[in-house]
Design a protein around this ligand. Structure first.
Ligand SMILES: Nc1ncnc2c1ncn2[C@@H]1O[C@H](COP(=O)(O)OP(=O)(O)O)[C@@H](O)[C@H]1O
Ligand SMILES: [Mg+2]
Length: 555
């Protein structure tokens, strides 16, 4: 509203809510803090789980930050920005989502304290940016070079502790490392090459990495063999039936002779198609299109296994795994286009279901983790744990750098950033110190969630880090004291920390720079009721000949 010769001017539609200045900032900070608080209790190996029940009654039991935040309906725009932090973290690294969110919350809380002391938000945000850039630099100094399967296993295990999968972490860590190493290509890892096939009905110890693929497919007829060894795999994108005519055509058959010759002709077409498959030497056929019964029959007689209606994505995976090329013409199939698999076999799994195993492939860049579990809830949480483990192992193979866990890097950064702050001076120094203090939220929360005294633990950790050789000390939540995290085998990818700090800072500074919230949004129930009442009043007024303007419409 602005004043113009005494008359108020309304520039916003009626019903628009607006808050500005400190009020807007406080509201946004409160909303963001609420998000951080929602996941805080899940941090670390001793974090609690949350049970999420959706509107259809499906339940998820999880301790995964991003899963929780994705499931709960969040409305507030500033809160959504914090949820985005978790999503970005998940996309970029696959772990550290809770850390990132809690840290964003801590940054905002510290910012609020500074603003209460009269420090302008722009000073806070520029101090935060300086601190984040310095933190990045310091982190690469703290980082430890990582090579070898052993370290990868430790990283995988660390990423999963705290998930319900903790007890089976060893099994899952082994699976994750084997799978990722198998798909690594020139130092790059695409975990999309790894398919996780969940199957309940057995313990997780029965899970395994299938070097190749596991598909939910069955051979066309039972006359085909169940198993093909040293299989030559043909990937076909041609239908194995009679070509349908493009236009509607009908054939008039006037005599049994004609019928006979018509059928013979059909048969010979199909026979020719199968013959060219036989000639190529293929013993297993995956066909993206249809397979006529007669074609299946001939192939069965020739000892060829065949599968129809394959999806395009399965064909792509098959091509990657077996080294075969998808063939679109049946004449003169080049034997070089055939893929290879040691075994293709339809196998019974726990007596309930047949699955198709394609194993021992020549070039197993696509593979499957056959994940077993006794129940749907637990197997889903194993899958989430495995998802984190696959990602962090891939990240460490790519970056070759790890940092100790248990709050060690946060404590070390906190100390070093305080030193750095004094070199910057001025008011920004206060913001950098606040950033350093905000980092304490990680070890503090780890301690709280383990039922330990956070103040004592922070003091002990800091004194370790102030001594020479103490930079890798983190909180061992099981022993309840600072321990060298290298010796405790608690290791995380460097990228988990750089990403968490980077995106938390970005979200916090973005939220701090907002000083005006103008929300038009859909009306709330209450607003709808108010609007109805106003309309009724107006109508009454008109009937009474008063011609009243609705409130807020005045010029
Ligand atoms: N065995 C352990 N001892 C102490 N801290 C651990 C251990 N395992 C993991 N952590 C710490 O737990 C934190 C991660 O907790 P987690 O619940 O997985 O949240 P996030 O979603 O941030 O990954 C990290 O700070 C990590 O170093
Ligand atoms: Mg984690």
């Amino acid at each position: 509203m602005a004043e113009n010769s005494g008359q108020p001017i309304y520039i916003l539609r009626e019903g628009t809510s607006r808050s500005n200045g400190r009020e807007a900032q406080n509201n946004n900070i409160m909303a963001a803090l609420a998000v951080a608080d929602a996941v805080r209790s899940t941090l670390g190996p001793k974090g609690m789980d949350k049970m999420l029940v959706d509107s259809t009654g499906n339940t998820t039991v999880t301790n995964d930050g991003v899963t929780i935040l994705k499931e709960i309906d969040i409305e507030h725009p500033a809160a959504k920005m914090v949820v985005e932090v978790a999503k970005t973290q998940d996309q970029q690294v696959g772990d550290g989502t809770t850390t990132a969110v809690i840290f964003a919350g801590a940054l905002l809380k510290k910012a609020q304290e500074l603003m209460d002391q009269g420090i302008h938000p722009t000073i806070v945000t520029s101090g935060y940016r300086l601190a984040a850039a310095k933190a990045n630099e310091l982190l690469s100094e703290i980082a430890i070079p990582a090579k070898g399967k052993d370290i990868l296993k430790k990283v995988a295990y660390t990423a999963m502790t705290g998930k319900s999968a903790g007890a089976v972490g060893e099994v899952l860590a082994g699976l994750a490392v084997d799978a990722v190493l198998a798909v690594e290509e020139n130092g790059k890892v695409d975990v999309d090459n790894i398919k996780v096939e969940k199957k309940t009905g057995a313990n997780v110890e029965n899970s395994r990495v299938v070097r190749g693929l596991v598909l939910n497919k069955h051979r066309e007829t039972s006359s085909m063999p169940r198993k093909a060894e040293n299989a030559k795999v043909l990937l076909l994108n041609v239908a194995l039936d009679i070509k349908k005519t493009e236009v509607d055509a009908s054939i008039k058959i006037r005599s049994p002779m004609q019928m006979q010759s018509f059928l013979e002709q059909e048969e010979s077409i199909i026979r020719r198609k199968v013959d060219s498959i036989k000639k190529s030497g293929a013993t297993v056929v995956f066909c993206q299109k249809a397979i006529a019964d007669l074609a299946a029959h001939y192939m069965g007689k020739a000892g060829i296994m065949a599968f129809k209606s394959m999806s395009e994505s399965d064909m792509a995976k098959l091509s990657k795994a077996t080294g075969g090329r998808v063939v679109t013409k049946l004449d003169d199939i080049d034997p070089k286009d055939l893929g290879f698999a040691g075994v293709v076999e339809e196998r019974l799994i726990t007596g309930e279901d047949d699955l198709l195993f394609i194993e021992g492939c020549k070039n197993p860049k696509a593979l499957t983790i056959l994940l077993r579990g006794s129940g749907y809830t637990s197997i889903d949480e194993y899958e989430r744990a495995l998802h984190d483990a696959l990602r962090v192992v891939g990240v460490v193979i790519e970056d070759k750098k790890v940092v100790p866990g248990g709050g060690a890097p946060e404590i070390e950064l906190g100390l070093r950033l305080r030193d750095y702050a004094s070199t910057v001076g001025g008011r920004e120094q206060l913001a950098i110190e606040a950033f350093a203090a905000a980092l304490d939220i990680i070890p503090r929360t780890l301690a709280e969630n383990a039922g330990l005294d956070p103040i004592d633990m922070l003091v002990e950790l800091r004194s370790k880090h102030e001594n020479k050789g103490g930079k890798n000390f983190g909180l061992d939540v099981f022993q309840g004291k600072p321990v060298d995290m290298l010796e405790a085998n608690v290791l995380e990818p460097l990228r988990v920390k750089t990403q968490a700090i980077g995106s938390a800072t970005e979200a916090a500074t973005m939220i701090l720079r907002i000083d005006d919230v103008i929300a038009s949004g859909g009306p709330s129930d209450q607003e709808v009721a108010q609007a109805r009442a106003a309309a009724a009043r107006q109508l009454q007024g008109m009937r009474g000949g008063m011609g009243g303007m609705p409130p807020g419409m005045g010029m």
